[in-house]
Write a protein that binds this ligand. Sequence first.
Ligand SMILES: C[C@@](CO)(OP(=O)(O)O)[C@H](O)COP(=O)(O)OP(=O)(O)OC[C@H]1O[C@@H](n2ccc(N)nc2=O)[C@H](O)[C@@H]1O
Ligand SMILES: Nc1ncnc2c1ncn2[C@@H]1O[C@H](COP(=O)(O)OP(=O)(O)O)[C@@H](O)[C@H]1O
Length: 299
Amino acid sequence: MTVTVRVPAKVNVQLAVGGARPDGFHDLANVFLAVGLYDEVTVTPADSLRVTCSGPDAGQVPLDRTNLAARAAIALAERHGLSPDVHIHIEKDIPVAGGMAGGSADGAGALLACDRLWGTECSQSELLGMCAELGSDVPFSLVGGAALGTGRGEQLTTLEVGGTFHWVFAVAGGGLSTPAVYGEFDRLTAGSEVPAPEASPVLLEALRAGDAALLAGALVNDLQPAALSLRPSLAATLAAGTEAGALAGLVSGSGPTTAFLTKDAEAAESVAAALIASGTCRTARVAQSPATGATVVGA
Ligand SMILES: C[C@@](CO)(OP(=O)(O)O)[C@H](O)COP(=O)(O)OP(=O)(O)OC[C@H]1O[C@@H](n2ccc(N)nc2=O)[C@H](O)[C@@H]1O
Ligand SMILES: Nc1ncnc2c1ncn2[C@@H]1O[C@H](COP(=O)(O)OP(=O)(O)O)[C@@H](O)[C@H]1O
């Protein structure tokens, strides 16, 4: 038997970051929105644990036990006294180390796929608990849609979304390390008072109403100055996207992918073409949100 799970990428429409905690993490008000770019994770019984990956960025994905999909399979097997003897294949379409939670998507996808393959029948709350142990963004990859993540981002409250949003993602050459970006945030904010993170009421209303213009005015990412400090060339990408007619642009999470909100699908296509022509990014992708979370698409 083989099980395939499809899992979406995310953009953070608000990423409010508090000061560093004693455990090294930062408290967040993290408004996640799942976007329609997907990885597919397929699991098949095998003699031992093995990970393979295909897709344009496959060469950047670790295939050893540090891969989040492998870690998810090991965690589920250990919990149920099983051997994690499974071949995990990742068909990767989400940019790697791009601030779009591709690794988290694969972790959530492998967990759901192995749960189905092995018949372990975990409850949703068990799966969410295991996701949180794998990484702060992994629970959101499981649920998709839109959600407010508090704590380190793993405590989720589902949000209502009243319409479809049209995005363009400018994919940069090379990735940015999430811990390095949080470290740069700490360096840039050292000596100043960092306010407790709070979700913006206007932004939540824009999501609820499906109002792209209102959302565009409320987009905010506290990690953006840190990402720009580590990768100054992103300023030119942001400028190119807004000059091309996007309603607004921001760095996606820890970057270096930049996200542009547009008024409709046609505007998204023209902003993507202009971004590619500008030479300020490796490629540009259009996608809509919200998107559904990890879903079994074949068994
Ligand atoms: C920034 C965000 C925004 O959604 O995602 P990306 O843009 O990287 O995808 C997340 O906070 C990334 O979440 P995730 O990638 O799951 O991080 P984790 O594996 O839990 O942690 C990796 C490292 O990031 C830092 N980290 C992460 C989350 C958090 N709330 N505070 C932190 O300081 C810590 O240095 C931690 O050791
Ligand atoms: N399944 C996976 N896919 C991509 N990267 C992975 C995976 N498992 C572990 N990683 C590691 O996680 C790092 C962050 O990748 P990714 O999750 O794509 O980006 P981000 O944290 O910016 O959203 C990569 O550089 C890679 O070393």
